[in-house]
Design a protein around this ligand. Structure first.
Ligand SMILES: NC(=O)c1ccc[n+]([C@@H]2O[C@H](COP(=O)([O-])OP(=O)(O)OC[C@H]3O[C@@H](n4cnc5c(N)ncnc54)[C@H](O)[C@@H]3O)[C@@H](O)[C@H]2O)c1
Length: 259
């Protein structure tokens, strides 16, 4: 359908060796976008041709700048930046280390900022573009044992709103997606625990954990002209989790049990 057509658009996806990033890179390739996949780790198994892979640490400005330069050298432009790379953080708040906090904030909050600003420096003279940040329901909710992660995802929401306002005049739309629970490496440990999984499923109206491919449609929507009047939005993709009120007295005891 033309409204959702992103064929030929040049898209960078960070964290593309991971669950959601890999699904996004493959999903956008399938609909004809030119995809550059970036990650600190090589995707295993490798992403299919013609998806290009560029090893990049999103927390380092020089590497992010090189990623965008190389993308523009190969493809002539950058139309869409999907800032998806992130790390988890699993400490009780009073035990979180300075190094742990810094690492999570560097990748999850500074990374999307560096990716957005390097992309915008190309998109401004190009006449526009799209930035899609992957936030989280934990941009809105607190979660015990995830103080740095929640703070970083709150930052992603505010980054999205601020850049949307600042760059609207350049026709750069900046939106975010806030996933609920998707089955990936990021939460594999937690989801392996029935004590955690059962109440999560019980409190999610759609009654299940999502598969990585279920994020792709929203990315295509935000990258395409179908969302031409959207900027500064955070689209929640969570099976109704947030609508149902997040963590409840049913789930919290299980989380505290794991602590
Ligand atoms: N899985 C979920 O349930 C869930 C829920 C809410 C939000 N999210 C968000 O979705 C995004 C993708 O998460 P995922 O579940 O696919 O996790 P994942 O662990 O499968 O993938 C994350 C990827 O980011 C990469 N990465 C880590 N540090 C990096 C760095 N410095 N530079 C470049 N790449 C780096 C990792 O190598 C990995 O491939 C993240 O932003 C995450 O916070 C996921």
């Amino acid at each position: 359908m033309e409204l959702f057509d992103i064929s030929g658009r040049v898209v960078v996806v960070t964290g593309a060796a991971g669950g959601l990033g890999g699904a996004i890179a493959r999903g956008l390739d399938r609909v004809g976008a030119k995809v550059v996949a970036a990650d600190v780790h090589e995707p295993k198994p490798p992403l299919e041709d013609p998806i290009a892979f560029l090893r990049t640490d999103v927390s380092r400005r020089s590497e992010v700048d090189a990623l965008i330069e190389e993308t523009c050298r190969r493809f002539g432009r950058i139309d869409v930046m999907v800032s998806n790379a992130a790390v988890g953080g699993g400490a009780a708040a009073e035990k979180e280390t300075e190094e742990g906090w810094d690492q999570v904030m560097d990748v999850n909050a500074k990374g999307p900022f560096l990716c957005a600003s390097a992309s915008a420096r190309k998109m401004i003279p190009q006449g526009g573009g799209c930035i899609i940040n992957i936030a989280s329901v934990l941009s809105f909710l607190g979660h015990p044992t995830a103080v740095s992660y929640c703070a970083s995802k709150g930052a992603v929401a505010q980054l999205t709103r601020t850049l949307a306002i600042e760059w609207a005049k350049y026709k750069i739309r900046v939106n975010a997606i806030a996933p609920g629970f998707f089955r990936t490496q990021l939460n594999a440990g937690m989801l392996a625990s029935q004590a955690y999984l059962k109440p999560i499923i019980a409190k999610t109206p759609l009654g299940r954990i999502a598969e990585p491919d279920e994020i792709v449609g929203t990315v295509i929507y935000l990258a395409s002209d179908a969302s031409s009047f959207m900027t500064g939005s955070i689209v929640v993709v969570d099976g109704g989790d947030l609508a149902a009120g997040g963590y409840t007295d049913q789930t919290l005891p299980y989380i505290y049990d794991i602590l």
